[in-house]
Write a protein that binds this ligand. Structure first.
Ligand SMILES: [Zn+2]
Length: 473
């Protein structure tokens, strides 16, 4: 018995050694697009707030990402296959791609290409023609690092690839930061389709957006293949690798829901169980959920992100509270289905998600909505002073309270001005009429004027661009 025990112990050591070796993962081939890449066509622009990130010369149509993560060395080994359209004729083209990542080969349409990789820009020396399509394949590896975020917030100060204590990783990347882990046109006007394959070792599993097409074990790794078949801006993409347990659920209207929670935190799973009821509440006001499925992914963060069809939440009480679930789900209509063309108009999604959250909270608590709006209105002067008006904010204060509370009160004022029926009809019509699209200040404000039959330009300008709190009705 003793000897047997010793042999078993020796075998256990060997097996542990094997498991460690299996940590050296290598990426699968990056998937080519299978559907109609025309869905990824975008009207790209240079960002008026953060022009140093993104390039309107590239219109990404489909990203095929094959990622292999080694949790022992925090090394990402990847192959990226990007199918893109060039929007202009030029001698070269560029993508955002962080310095810690090192390309070992770059090809365009199968031919080796030379490139410069200075700082965060990857410039590929290959002439491109306006409206022609190309396939770029990059093989790269490195130890990804988060990038500094232009924020003054308490819940985060950097974005992008973030490594956890146990060697896992997660990402949140608004307003930018996707470029910390792949070569990307990291600006919201450029929506694209995605296939993401993740090889995770050490008992971990990789989670991303869209549908989970397959999950298999290979050489000790768990390999998952995710497909997002409705186009998304890069800030709405998520990847996390960790010890997650998947639990399935369904909304009353039949939308499949999955929860990806840390295996040792059943309490967090319980907190997400209010999602189906919250979705039913939102569908009553906004119409059918605009995507085929929804997931919730809980990571080691203090923030929350409306990442498209796979919401990424921090593992705190607040980030998993029902009001945050409502907020991030509301973004699927306001932010994901219709997305700001550039970062000037983040008020469009944050204001409406915050307003819907406030309406839901008031109903849930049985308190008057008016009290909540009165309170939020008292914050207005200070918020404008600290960070500027919502649609002309200080560039170092992205995502401050001014883009949440001020436009939330504005929408409530518009509800009183138009009447409940007309207001909610238009709130529901706006995302549906801009499916998979983007919009800017001009389009949003003139759409509301046209549809309501009232000239609302002065109303919007006062609330969103004015130096002082407008008079409330
Ligand atoms: Zn939000």
């Amino acid at each position: 018995m003793k000897d047997g025990a010793a042999a078993l112990a020796a075998l256990a050591l060997l097996l542990t050694g094997c498991t460690s070796d299996a940590g050296r993962t290598s990426p699968q081939p990056a998937a080519s697009p299978t559907g109609d890449v025309a869905d990824g066509f975008s009207r790209t622009v240079e960002d008026s707030v953060y022009p140093e990130v993104g390039d309107p010369g590239v219109d990404a149509l489909h990203y095929g990402l094959a990622l292999a993560w080694d949790p022992r060395t925090s090394t990402l080994d990847a192959t990226e296959r990007l199918h893109f359209r060039s929007t202009a004729s030029a001698d070269d083209f560029r993508l955002d791609f962080a310095a810690p990542l090192d390309p070992s080969s770059v090809t365009v349409d199968g031919e080796k290409a030379t490139y410069d990789h200075d700082g965060k820009d990857l410039v590929v020396d290959r002439p491109v023609e306006a409206n022609a399509e190309y396939t770029l394949v990059i093989r790269y590896s490195g130890k990804p690092e988060p990038v500094p975020a232009p924020v003054q917030r308490s819940d985060f100060s950097s974005t992008g690839w973030t490594v956890t204590r146990d060697g896992g990783a997660w990402t949140m990347q608004e307003p930018y930061g996707a470029y910390s882990w792949y070569a990307v046109n990291d600006q919201p006007s450029d929506k694209a389709l995605y296939d993401v394959t993740i090889s995770a070792s050490a008992g971990m599993v990789g989670v991303s957006n869209g549908a989970l097409l397959s999950r298999r074990e290979q050489d000790g790794d768990t390999v998952t293949h995710w497909r997002l078949d409705e186009p998304a801006s890069s800030y709405l993409v998520t990847v996390a690798i960790g010890h997650f347990t998947m639990t399935e659920d369904r909304s009353p209207s039949g939308v499949p829901i999955t929860y990806w929670t840390p295996a040792d935190r059943p309490d967090l799973l319980q907190r997400l169980r209010r999602a189906p009821a919250a979705m039913a509440w939102l569908e009553d006001r906004l119409g059918p959920f605009p995507f085929d499925q929804l997931g919730f992914l809980v990571v080691d963060s203090r923030s929350g992100m409306e990442t498209q069809t796979m919401i990424t939440l921090g593992d705190t009480r607040y980030a998993t509270s029902p009001e945050v679930l409502v907020h991030e789900m509301a973004h699927h209509w306001y932010g994901d289905e219709v997305t700001p063309l550039d970062w000037r108009d983040v008020w469009m999604n944050e204001g409406m998600a915050t307003y819907l959250q406030g309406v839901w909270q008031s109903e849930d608590e049985g308190t008057p909505l008016e009290d909540r709006m009165d309170y939020w209105a008292t914050l207005d002067t200070q918020l404008r002073q600290d960070a500027g008006p919502p649609a002309n904010y200080r560039t170092d204060s992205f995502g401050a309270g001014n883009v949440y509370y001020i436009p939330a009160v504005m929408w409530d004022e518009l509800r009183k001005k138009l009447g409940d029926d007309e207001f909610w009809k238009l709130v529901r019509a706006w995302p549906a009429s801009h499916e998979d699209g983007n919009a800017d200040y001009q389009e949003i404000t003139s759409w509301w004027s046209e549809k309501s039959g009232q000239d609302l330009r002065n109303f919007f300008n006062a609330w969103l661009l004015g130096p002082e709190t407008p008079q409330r009705g």
